[in-house]
Design a protein around this ligand. Sequence first.
Ligand SMILES: [Zn+2]
Length: 185
Amino acid sequence: MASKERVCKYGSPVLRRRADEIEEIDESVRKLAGDMFATLERSRGVGLAAPQIGVSRRIIVLSIPQEDGSRWKAAIINPEIVRRAGTAKSEEGCLSVPGVWEEISRSETVEVRGLDLDGKEISVKGEGILARALQHELDHLDGILIVDRIGPLKRHVLKRHLRKLEESTAREEGSAPPATGASEK
Ligand SMILES: [Zn+2]
């Protein structure tokens, strides 16, 4: 099973599942958020969703660089997009899909509602990198990856790279198909 030390990569089944709603904000949720922030910091990312560390629950964390060099951080539980406007295209990558950096079309601004770690309702309105990160991480909670949001031609070009990623993930997670000649079980 994936540990908090590792980000689940393309091919991992947990990335394709719809994550479960969080019904109670207990110690396990607070610990999960802590693990997610630690993983995000180590990976130098701007956002992370729980499925990316192998936990199929609806929580995302964000760490958005600010102009003054600090980072704005938030954990959002059961997040939902309640408003979106405009369209913006920008290049985007994903910690779970290394080696892929593609232009993706998203809403320009979004408003997301959810709960914070104290169970209080919060609303986050974002544009720019924050809007992009919110939409990207919410996609993860529904089992959607950036490669699902690129055109068929681009996806075709990436086919071999994605297959290799899938194979190495299967090896790492110990579910590799038997090598040629090996007997099936
Ligand atoms: Zn991602």
